[in-house]
Design a protein around this ligand. Sequence first.
Ligand code: SAH
Ligand code: SF4
Length: 356
Amino acid sequence: MLPTSKDELVYLLGLKDSQSRNELIQKAYQQKVNTLGNTVYLRGLIEFSNICYKDCYYCGIRKSNIKVNRYLMTIDEILNSAKWAFDKGYGSIVLQCGERKDKNFINFIESILNSISIQTSNEFRVTLSCGEQTKETYKRWFDAGAARYLLRIESSNKRIYESLHPQNHSYNNRVACLNFLKEIGYQVGTGIMIGLPNQMLEDLASDIIFFNSIEADMIGMGPYIPHSDTPIFPAEIQIVRNKIELYNLSLKMIALTRITIPKINIAAATAFQALYPFGREQAILSGANVFMPNISEAKYRNNYRLYENKPCVGENTFECFECVENRIKGIGESIAYFENGDSRLFYERVNKSISS
Ligand code: SAH
Ligand code: SF4
């Protein structure tokens, strides 16, 4: 039976005994295998800049953290990383950064997208994760070749959202941006952090309902991991106090999202691995179907710490490549090389609208 009501979601999120939790997780994994097969899509993650003009209270690279060494990878470095992923058969990359809205930045992204489109004859899916922009900017980047955009709502509860951000960061604008992206034709990804201060199970249930109501194609979500150079460290009123509890709750969120929206793409967020060494594999075994190996230049990784204990910062791209292969094989899944891994949900929606 699918959990259709909010009450049911709250009940399942609250399951405490390991047997019922394991049953839920196995059911979600079976749903993934039945709907999408035993394969995992790769997205090479390029964290190309940590320069950010926002000040989110939870994030290690927020503008006010003066301890961070700021960087912007060069166009050549970004293109080399993209080319490497393309040649290896990754099928897709994610370009992620802090938020900037200035003309130079907008042009910079546009020219990277144009170059990647030419280099790969439009055979490569590029996801952007560059924060809130105007509709015009999103459209320019879409026209230059970006097909997907990841913008987490962080929490669909406006009150919680506001408690995590300064007053000039607007929840309504975040939602408006998600709508712009949808209208333009992007595959839209959103997501949340789990275990935020004051976040209740009801809020998490509402988050899953939110993913469904905005017709998200992709989900990126993971545990909230405090960073000591941010204003909400130590998290004062964190409902989930213990690491294991946070980990299990985060896996249940993956499982219930898979069961509720079977054809959606769900990423096994790196933050899972920050809690537990095999956290990302366990996320796949709970229903996620996307893995995002870090392919940023090794020399920059240490400066892109959104949260503490971030894994893979001391490795280079090749080490990550081998490690990812072993991790996926180790759980009996295979990597869908040379496939772009569009969300099934998106694919079917677009084809339905073409044929009707
Ligand atoms: N600047 C862009 C993209 C980079 S931040 C944006 O904000 O959309 C990417 C994601 O990192 C955020 O959406 C947030 O959910 C996550 N993140 C930031 N700080 C975190 C923390 N302390 N723990 C877990 N995830 C965090
Ligand atoms: Fe900047 Fe994104 Fe971090 Fe907010 S979450 S401070 S926008 S990088």
